[in-house]
Design a binder for this molecule. Structure first.
Ligand code: SF4
Ligand code: SF4
Length: 408
């Protein structure tokens, strides 16, 4: 069948803070059988981006390439051809795996984003050497989108010292990078400095309806909006935290929108911000890809009532005292004891919501002995690397104390 193509002009119809900071009309492109796209420079970017941080794994803890190929094929078939990987994702295996699966396609048919690992850099030469290593791992000559990865309070000085921006701009001039950006987990003050200092094609921010207030995501969004820097959204579902809602939060959603899933609701919320070009979802199986593709094939911006419901759910979640962990695992990169920090936080959060002591202890017991919270030696390295600024050692103590108390 011949493809029908039309531009859908979506007027600003959303309420809340986003409306106040909106920059005009958002143009969406719809092709039959495909997810909605947005025009960005010379590209058409799908509103659904494929995050490559939580790839499917086999029982042997290797990336499940059979499942990954199916996921990528389904995405490509439906126009979701934007893939976002990084040096450190899946213990350094994501780039290789994405290279293998994507190289079954023509290079111009997929859009590949990668990131320069700031924490690894000692000199400007390292930036180029790492870029070449990444190209090799991905089996490509160039990246469409390339970022300074994870600028935050601990990395901002390194990124400046090694002149990462200058080196990346040289690569852009050589045609090895199309668009230069940064991903960010810092304070609004650092963000202001970063956007003043350099000219960026785009940026990647953590935006979801819970973090909008909790980690001041709205402030970050407004800062880049002022500078007219388009946004790629990461963690729209907060590492799954907005998928597995508490009963109270789920009831609120179902009362208002019985046919909506929490994932669909969260993804649409993020995509409805007017300055957003794509929303990354870290998908781990084919079913998730299918569900997300459906969401973005039938996409529409949220209306005022939906925005209000999102605010109410966020308030419920905040009042339940959850630990604000997105399961990014940056803390585990530096933990000398290999403690499974995000797993401990996830099970504790669940416990706080359900108050189910038995399930809490059962899940706690499934953690490997060496990875349990009580193995923490309180060195504090994890907290320095945590984008959410969590007081990890203290929280781990609280969790293990709670466990001991219940057991006693
Ligand atoms: S404080 Fe504990 S959890 Fe954090 S890095 Fe040190 S040992 Fe690991
Ligand atoms: S504790 Fe912080 S660094 Fe660790 S997984 Fe959670 S959000 Fe990421």
């Amino acid at each position: 069948m011949k493809r029908r193509e039309f531009i859908v002009n979506t007027a600003l119809a959303v309420g809340g803070t986003a409306l106040l900071t909106g920059c005009g009309k958002k143009e969406l492109i719809k092709k039959e059988g495909q997810v909605y796209k947005r025009k960005f420079k010379d590209l058409e970017i799908p509103l659904l981006g494929f995050g490559c941080m939580r790839l499917p794994m086999t029982k042997n803890n290797e990336i499940d390439m059979l499942e990954l190929d199916k996921m990528v094929d389904y995405s490509m078939e439906h126009g979701a051809n934007y893939f976002d990987t990084a040096y450190m994702y899946v213990n350094g295996q994501s780039e290789n795996a994405m290279g293998k699966t994507l190289n079954r396609y023509k290079r111009e048919d997929f859009i590949l984003a990668d990131k320069s690992p700031i924490y690894k850099m000692r000199s400007q030469e390292d930036v180029r050497a790492t870029f070449e290593e990444q190209c090799k791992k991905c089996g490509v000559e160039y990246f469409d989108f390339y970022m300074c990865h994870n600028i935050n309070v601990n990395t901002v000085d390194i990124y400046k010292k090694v002149k990462m921006y200058d080196e990346i701009m040289k690569l852009k001039q050589e045609g090895r990078i199309k668009y230069v950006g940064f991903s960010f987990h810092g304070t609004p003050e650092i963000l202001r400095d970063v956007v003043q200092e350099h000219k960026w094609d785009f940026c990647q921010l953590q935006i979801n309806y819970l973090d909008w207030d909790v980690v001041k995501a709205h402030e970050q969004y407004e800062i880049v909006q002022e500078k007219k820097i388009p946004v790629i959204v990461m963690e729209p579902l907060r590492g799954g935290g907005l998928v597995n809602l508490s009963d109270r939060a789920m009831n609120k959603l179902k009362e208002a929108y019985p046919d909506t899933t929490p994932a669909e609701f969260g993804l649409r919320w993020a995509a409805s911000r007017q300055n957003v070009i794509t929303v990354l979802s870290g998908m781990s199986n084919l079913q998730q890809v299918k569900e997300n593709v459906q969401t973005f094939m039938n996409y529409k911006d949220m209306d005022e009532n939906e925005e209000k419901t999102a605010d109410e759910i966020a308030k419920i979640l905040q009042s339940q005292g959850e630990i604000n962990c997105t399961a990014c695992k940056y803390c585990m990169e530096v933990c000398p004891k290999n403690i499974n920090i995000p797993a401990a936080f996830a099970l504790y959060n669940q416990y706080k919501v359900t108050n189910n002591k038995m399930m809490f202890t059962i899940y706690y017991d499934t953690l490997a002995e060496a990875e349990k919270p009580e193995q923490c030696i309180k060195c504090g390295l994890c907290s320095k690397n945590c984008p959410q600024n969590l007081k990890i050692p203290e929280l781990l103590t609280e969790i293990s104390e709670e466990y001991k108390k219940i057991k006693a």
